[in-house]
Design a protein around this ligand. Sequence first.
Ligand SMILES: Nc1ncnc2c1ncn2[C@@H]1O[C@H](COP(=O)(O)OP(=O)(O)O)[C@@H](O)[C@H]1O
Ligand SMILES: O=C(CO)[C@@H](O)[C@H](O)COP(=O)(O)O
Length: 572
Amino acid sequence: MSTKDGPLYLGFDLSTQQLKAIVITSQLKVLYEAKVDFDADLSKYGILKGVHVNEQEREVFAPVAMWLEAVDLVLQRLKLKNTPFSRIKGISGAGQQHGSVYWSMNGEELLSSLNPGATLVEQLARKAFAHPFSPNWQDASTQKECDSFDAELGSPERLAQVTGSKAHHRFTGPQIMRFHKKHPAVYRATSRISLVSSFLASIFLGRIAPFDISDVCGMNLWDINAGAWCEPLLALAAGEDGLEDLKKKLGGVREDGGGRMGNISSYFVSRYGFPSDCGIAPFTGDNPSTILALPLRPLDAIVSLGTSTTFLMSTPKYLPDPSYHFFNHPTTAGLYMFMLCYKNGGLAREKIRDKLPKPINSSDPWSTFNETALSTPSLGQSSPSDPAKLGLYFPLPEIVPNVRAGTWRYNCDSDGSNLRESEKGWSSDADARAIVESQILSLRLRSHNLVHSPSKEYPPQPGRIYLVGGGSLNPAIARIVGDVLGGVEGVYKLDVGGNACALGGAYKAVWAMERTKGESFEELIGGRWRESEAVEKVDDGYRTETWSKYGKVLKTFEKMEGEVLKGEKRNK
Ligand SMILES: Nc1ncnc2c1ncn2[C@@H]1O[C@H](COP(=O)(O)OP(=O)(O)O)[C@@H](O)[C@H]1O
Ligand SMILES: O=C(CO)[C@@H](O)[C@H](O)COP(=O)(O)O
C-alpha cells in the first residue's frame, strides 16, 4: 500500500506538559506530527509545567478544560499540515497515569450530542464535569489514605501482591478516597470517574469509555491475579457512600487492549472530516503506551525521560514488591510491565541546568549542562584518591525513596567505604553530572532483580537500553546512562524523539484495527517494524571499567538514601 492512499492511524499522548499526536501508515511510517505545549500555548489556564500546585496541602492538579482545548488545537495543527483525516481508520493513545476526571450527572449526554460548529471546551467545560480539575500524578496529599490502603490488606507487601503496587500518593484509589472526604457533595454529584486515558478515549468515542486493562493497575484498586476489582479497597475508598455506588462510578474494565470500542463521535466526522467508520481502540497509560513503541525483547529496558523518569521492562514474571510497580501488559495477556517511577526527573535536571551559565554560542538550552556533565569525571573524581560525590536532588517529594523535598550531597571513598555528608558541598558544575548519575544509579539499584547476565562474559544488566521522552534528545544523558546502567548491546534513542508514547498509541491503533484472529501485538508490529528506520544507537553502553566503578558505590548509594530516610523519620 503506498503512503498516498492507504489507511492511516492516529496516536495521542496526553502527558503532563503536552498533548502530542502522531499519524502513521499501516506499515508504521510516520507521516504527520503535531503537539500542544500547555505552558506555551495555553498559559491562560494559569498553569506552570502543565499543572497547578497547592503547596500547603501538597496538592497538584490540572484543569480538564485545558485538555479539551488542547484536543481541538492539536487537530487544527494537524489540519494545517494537510493531514488527510479522511484516511484515518483507527485512533488510540495514552494519558498520564493515575489522574482522575469526575463527570457530572449529564456529562455523558453532553458528550454524545456535541455540535460540530462549536469547540469541545465551549460545550463541555462548564457542565460536563462535577469537578473542573484532575488530580495529577505529582500530588502528594494522600499520606493518610495511603496508610489506610496499606493497612486494609495487612501490609504494603500484600497490597503490592494484589494490586501490583503498595499504596502511592498518586494512585487513583487513595486519591478518590481523599476526594470523597474533602468534597462529599461533589463526589455525590459525580456520575462517572475516568482515568486520563479513558477520558481522552471518551472524547473521541462520544460516550464514556471503560478503563484499560493496563492503566487500571495504577489505581491500587484492581486485583491483578483475580482480574477483578478488589472490593475491600473499593469499600475503603468509597467510605459511607458505599462499594456499589463507587463500582457504578468506575464502570467497566475492558480486558482486550485491541479491537474497537466503537466508531468515532460524529463531532470529529463533521468538524475535521474523519470517516464515520474510524475505530476507537482502548487508550492506555503513557508508560504502558511507551513500551508499545518498539518490539521490546525480554532483557531490553526503556528509560523514559519525560517530566517523570520511568524505567520500563516487559516480563512474563509477576514479581511484585513494595519498591516498584507491576501492571498488566497493555496488549498481551500473560505479560506484565515492570516500572520504576520518579517524580524528580526532567524538572529536577532543569533546575540544575538553570544554575549554570546560559549558553552563549548555542541555541540548545542544554549545551552548558551537557559540556559540564561530560567534562566532569565519573563520580566527580579526577583521581581515585579524590572523594566520590553522591547526591540526591529532589525539588519535589520523591516516590522511591519516599522522602521529602530536598538536596543532599555526600562523599565516600572509591571502594564505597567511609560515607559521610559532604561538609562543604560542591559547585553547580559538579551537580550537572552528579544529578544524572544519581538518577541512573537509583535505576540500577532497583532493577537488578529484573535483569540477568546476557551471556557468561557479562554481569547482569539490560541487553539494549532505549531512551524515550524529552530528555532522550540529550547526548550527555545518553552517555551517562551507558556509563552507569550499561546495556551490552548499547543505548538507543527512537527517531521520533520525545514522541515515543504517542507512537506506541499509533502502533496500538494499527494492531487494534488490522489484527487477524489471535494475532498478537508482538507478531503484527514485530513483522512490520524496521529497526533501521526507527532507532538510532547513541552510546555503546556497557564499559567494563566504568560500570564496575559505579558498582562499587551502589550499596553506598543505597546507604545514603537510608541515612536521608532516617532523617525523614526524625523530622516527622
Ligand atoms: N535536549 C534535552 N535535554 C534534556 N532534557 C530535555 C531536552 N529536551 C527536552 N527535555 C526535557 O523533556 C521534558 C519534557 O519531556 P516530555 O517527554 O515531552 O514530557 P511529558 O511527556 O511529561 O509532558 C522537559 O521537562 C525538558 O526538561
Ligand atoms: O506517575 C507516573 C507513572 O506512575 C508518571 O510517569 C505519569 O504517567 C506521567 O508521566 P510523564 O508526563 O512524565 O510522561
